[in-house]
Design a protein around this ligand. Structure first.
Ligand code: HEM
Ligand code: HEM
Length: 317
């Protein structure tokens, strides 16, 4: 009996000691990298502690340990450090700065330079019904994607939970619509968005937006700024969809997933900044510009000044 008890005591001791020795070290990647995938793209924000029966079951301590990583941490591998640093401390801040500073800069432009005005005389048709339909069929999901993307970025500040999870679902579903219509938008406008030599002149005078004087600006159907937006929202949008798909399906090793999250956030900055710019240009910078993408018509004077090469093409035809 005594020997059985002795054996039992030794067994308990070994079991306890080995459980400490073999327990998951929070700073070492676990098999399959599951708890690291947890932090990809700020997923953490999607779970409030109350949502979990046991917050520590879902990699809680590991996530806390990873948050403590800095540059040169002994156990960090691959892009782990840079990803953790940017995701943990900078991405949300940069997005916050962008959504505050870009509109403020345009408010400054609106107050100091003001709205561009053209005569409301003769109107010329510049966009077909098909152009208008494809623009909005792409734009509406795109705006939803950006808004829900921001909800995810600030998920923890918004309390996490069902609202942020819903945003994540909308983000994914809207991506499907965006990809379908985005391809049509790409095909429809790619020819007008190819770079031309006069785009350099346009960039040098910053599109003439710093002055109110109405003298002809070097631009075709689309100016260099509009072309830039075209490429960012179509090709850039597809890169966003691909990097997002990697994060959603997690069909890659952990380092590739980190890279995709870095790309998604980095390009996301540009997408958000240019979307705000696009809306400002369409709604505020030029009086009545919005009408062209509603009824397809643009004032003749506006085309002659802001799209002078296109105007020459139209009048010589
Ligand atoms: C929700 C607000 C939006 C408004 C008010 C708006 C308005 C406009 C207007 C007025 C134009 C014609 C510009 C011109 O030729 O003078 C235009 C063009 C265009 N829009 Fe939008 N748009 C919006 C959102 C979007 C979104 C989300 C996308 C991205 C998918 C997009 C992509 C484009 C592209 C590629 C063009 C042609 C190139 C350019 O003018 O920049 N738009 N939009
Ligand atoms: C055209 C632009 C974009 C496309 C096509 C796109 C697409 C996607 C897709 C398909 C996913 C995976 C969906 C999921 O996990 O449920 C995703 C995830 C994510 N996106 Fe975007 N996105 C775009 C723009 C943005 C922007 C501008 C932001 C930030 C403001 C953003 C933030 C995020 C975040 C934080 C995740 C991670 C969600 C997760 O971990 O599951 N996205 N995106």
């Amino acid at each position: 009996m005594r020997s059985v008890l002795k054996f039992f005591r030794i067994f308990i001791f070994i079991a306890l000691a080995s459980s400490f020795a073999f327990a998951a070290d929070p700073s070492v990647p676990q098999e399959g990298g599951k708890q690291y995938a947890e932090v990809v793209g700020g997923n953490n924000a999607l779970f409030s502690k109350d949502d979990l029966a046991n917050p520590y079951l879902y990699g809680g301590p590991e996530v806390e340990a990873i948050k403590g990583w800095g540059i040169g941490s002994p156990n960090a591998i691959g892009l782990g450090e840079i990803f953790t640093l940017l995701q943990g401390h900078y991405f949300a801040t940069v997005f916050a700065l962008l959504i505050v500073c870009v509109p403020l800069a345009f408010l400054g432009h609106f107050v100091m330079i003001g709205q561009r005005k053209f005569s409301h005389g003769k109107k010329i048709r510049v966009f077909s019904g098909y152009n208008i339909f494809v623009h909005w069929a792409t734009a509406i999901p795109f705006v939803l994607i950006c808004l829900t993307g921001l909800v995810m970025v600030f998920g923890d500040k918004l309390g996490g939970g069902a609202f942020v999870r819903l945003a994540r679902d909308v983000h994914g579903i809207a991506t499907i619509l965006f990809v379908i219509f985005g391809v049509l938008m790409f095909l429809m406008w790619v020819k007008d968005a190819l770079p031309k030599a006069y785009d350099i002149q346009w960039l040098m005078i910053m599109g003439g937006y710093l002055s109110k004087e109405n003298k002809p600006i070097p631009a075709g159907k689309f100016n260099a700024g509009q072309k830039m937006w075209f490429w960012v929202c179509t090709l850039g949008g597809f890169v966003m969809a691909i990097s997002g798909a990697y994060m959603f399906f997690q069909f890659a090793d952990i380092d590739t997933l980190r890279l995709m999250a870095l790309v998604h956030n980095g390009l996301g900055f540009l997408v958000i900044a240019l979307l705000i710019t696009h809306i400002y240009m369409a709604v505020f910078a030029i009086e009545g510009a919005l009408h062209s993408i509603i009824d397809g018509k643009m004032g003749e004077e506006e085309i002659a000044i802001l799209h002078s090469y296109y105007y020459k093409e139209l009048t010589s035809a």
